[in-house]
Design a protein around this ligand. Structure first.
Ligand SMILES: [Zn+2]
Ligand SMILES: [Zn+2]
Length: 390
């Protein structure tokens, strides 16, 4: 068992080089051209069969073992965020306004490390490893884009693993949780249509600002009055636009919001009630209301068997006392798209180091993590894969 951990620790200088290079050169979702190029060249140099342009900037590679066996898929995301970095390290972003503030630079470095070590052990593997380097995880649909381009076909994976560095968890620890881990995310646009007119002649109009104001309040009763209090959901209207001037009654109003949920029946209740409340409130005032839906991600649901496997491996590498359950969390991850189709496990690797000030949350302009997490995540991924392919 110490084998992969030792090899991963030996790879530390290379891991740090990769990670800091990606950190200096962050790229937004579907624009990961430089990153994907480095990934593809590395995988090609290892002698793997590499395909680029899966889901626009995604990269898929196959490592064939020496004997027949199952296919293990390993997923790593590569995109950065539109954030101005506020750190003062010698590896800060050289791309103004773009920053690796979620740790995907670390995930990509781990992926390069995993491919290096597993290729070294190719002769011991029965089956194959499918490396999936995904673009555009941050709400842009990169996982689905890769799936639509055939990332899960020929060969179809039997199990899928993915990880996320986690900056509220101290380095050296992991959260491995069976079942529901992260919420489903749905976005909606509400359009209210009334009749515009003069601000002093409201009786000749249908005022969509008044309708919209009632609607925002009414929508907030869905979680409190329609969802089972023992279940979980959250709804937010993040944007409300209507009107042009003080003396003009607005003909239309548009609201953009979102909700998070875990269970399919709760999600269905939310969808049905948002539709009904929108139409009902609008018609009360003589207006019409319609809803446009955008599913951002399904919930991340881990397979029991795959999770038990990861937990055992993580306990051996980190110590049993450092591996716990956790969640569920109301944030979302589009690894969910893969886990809806292939049984697997998505888990969190602690990357916080309070003493060194590496404690800022994900998506914060001060985000940075303890690179000691890199070889730990790498060792768990290698060991979990090698054990599946024995
Ligand atoms: Zn993120
Ligand atoms: Zn992330």
């Amino acid at each position: 068992m110490a084998g992969f951990l030792q090899e991963a620790q030996d790879l530390m200088p290379q891991l740090v080089n990769w990670r800091r290079d990606f950190h200096r050169h962050p790229e937004l979702g579907f624009e990961e051209v430089r990153t994907a190029g480095i990934v593809a060249r590395h995988l090609h140099d290892l002698g793997l069969e590499v395909t680029q342009g899966i889901g626009r900037t995604g990269v898929v590679a196959i490592l064939e073992g020496s004997r027949p066996g199952p296919t293990v898929m390993l997923r790593f995301d590569m995109d950065a965020l539109p954030i101005v970095e506020a750190n003062q390290t010698d590896y800060i972003s050289h791309n103004p306004g773009v920053m690796h503030a979620c740790g995907h630079d670390g995930h990509t470095a781990i992926g390069l490390g995993v491919s290096t070590l597993l290729t070294r052990h190719r002769a011991e593997l029965a089956g194959r490893v499918k490396f999936v380097f995904q673009p555009a995880e941050e709400g842009l649909g990169g996982a689905l884009a890769m799936i639509n381009d055939g990332a899960l076909e020929s060969p179809r994976p039997d199990v899928a693993f993915g990880l996320h560095l986690w900056n509220t968890l101290p380095v050296g620890r992991a959260i491995v949780q069976a079942g529901r881990l992260m919420a489903a995310s749905d976005k909606f646009i509400l359009r209210v249509r009334g009749r515009g007119g003069h601000g002093a002649l409201p009786h000749e109009t249908i005022d969509t600002v008044v309708v919209g104001a009632h609607l925002v309040i009414a929508l907030q009763t869905i979680v409190s009055r329609n969802v089972d209090p023992a279940q979980t959901a959250v709804l937010t209207i993040g944007k409300f636009q209507a009107g042009q001037a003080y003396n003009i009654i607005a003909e239309t109003a548009e609201m953009v919001g979102g909700f998070r949920s875990f269970k399919a029946d709760v999600r269905q209740t939310m969808i049905e009630r948002i539709e009904a409340v929108t139409r009902g409130v609008a018609s009360t005032f003589g207006a019409t209301g319609e809803v446009e839906w955008l599913s951002i991600a399904p919930p991340v649901v881990n397979d029991d068997k795959a999770t038990a496997h990861i937990a055992t491996v993580a306990e051996d590498i980190l110590g049993a006392e450092n591996v716990t359950g956790g969640g569920p969390l109301m944030v979302s991850e589009d690894m969910a798209e893969f886990l809806q189709r292939v049984p697997g496990c998505f888990f969190f690797i602690g990357s916080m180091n309070e003493e060194r000030g590496l404690k800022y949350p994900h998506h914060n302009p001060h985000f940075d993590f303890d690179e000691k997490a890199l070889p730990l995540g790498l060792a768990i991924m290698c060991e979990a894969t090698a054990q599946k392919l024995r």
